[in-house]
Design a binder for this molecule. Structure first.
Ligand SMILES: C[S@@+](CC[C@H](N)C(=O)[O-])C[C@H]1O[C@@H](n2cnc3c(N)ncnc32)[C@H](O)[C@@H]1O
Length: 263
């Protein structure tokens, strides 16, 4: 017992040193399991709701998001009749281009295409620099480090924020703080990389969110069974999402896809 206490004490010190508040991980992780949305059920319920179920301009280049991440963002916009979308972290522009037909205004805060991180990335991939290639002219773009960005420049009310920039603890913590200071009561917030691609929880990211918004607000956060997103759901929509967390594990959901290739 004494040894156990000593280890916990050391862990707390390490967390403090790394700028992390010590919160019982078991608690939020267990709760998050109970708040896992069945995406098959979510998309099935959406099938009859106006036109947002297709995607275009997918590149499948590593660094973007999954098909079911993009569809989730799109469907939230359609289902709740949302208008304004803001994302932190744009890369090639897949996520922001997906939102074109379902939003009124799209805003992006991202590092400039010639940022060393991006140049190195495309160099390693041995491709051209595709940063921002899919971003159309009507997108309002701020080329900046989101950690230093002044959100008061954005006067629009944002209905859906997508946080997908710097995925370090500090990056997610700061972006989340800034977004929660800027958002309205009924805004959705979606974080990418809440899970790894094998669907295990990405603790550093989730811990940063818990620390930024506190456990009380975290009660409104859900994750999904088959994509990498975490979602903050405003109170007025929570009833819909709670229903999607109770599903029959014996049901296997499948999707039909159609392939068209463009260059
Ligand atoms: C994972 S990619 C975004 C993918 C995109 N949202 C999608 O789904 O198609 C991350 C992007 O965040 C940008 N980024 C990384 N750190 C950032 C920071 N501190 N501020 C703004 N953008 C950042 C990178 O330049 C990169 O383009």
């Amino acid at each position: 017992m004494a040894l156990f206490k000593k280890i916990v004490g050391k862990l707390k010190k390490v967390c403090k040193y790394r700028g992390m508040k010590h919160i019982s991980r078991g608690k939020w992780e267990k709760n998050l399991k109970k708040k896992t949305i069945c995406l098959g059920k979510f998309f099935q319920a959406m099938q009859n709701v106006g036109g947002g179920i297709s995607l275009r301009d997918m590149t499948f280049i590593p660094g973007g998001s999954l098909v079911l991440d993009y569809l989730l963002l799109k469907e939230i916009m359609v289902k709740y009749g949302l208008q304004n979308y803001l994302e932190i972290g744009t890369f090639i522009g897949e996520s922001i281009s997906c939102m074109e037909e379902v939003s009124k205004k799209r805003i992006s805060i991202t590092l400039p295409p010639d940022a060393p991180e991006l140049l190195n990335y495309f160099d390693t991939m041995e491709t051209g620099n595709y940063a921002n290639k899919l971003v159309s002219d009507d997108v309002i773009q701020y080329f900046a480090d989101s950690k230093k960005f002044d959100f008061s420049k954005i006067k629009e009310r944002i209905d859906l924020y997508f946080i997908d920039g710097d995925h370090s603890y500090e990056g997610v913590y700061t972006d989340t703080k800034k977004v929660f200071n800027h958002k309205s009561k009924d805004s959705f917030v979606v974080w990418h990389d809440f899970k790894f691609s094998d669907m295990s929880i990405r603790r550093e990211v989730v811990q940063a969110v818990v620390d930024a918004i506190g456990l009380e607000q975290f009660k409104r956060v859900y994750c999904c069974d088959n994509n990498m997103c975490g979602i903050y759901v405003p109170d007025k929509y929570r009833k819909d999402f709670n229903k999607l967390c109770h599903y029959n594990p014996d049901i296997l959901y499948t999707y039909n896809l159609k392939l068209e290739i463009h260059e």
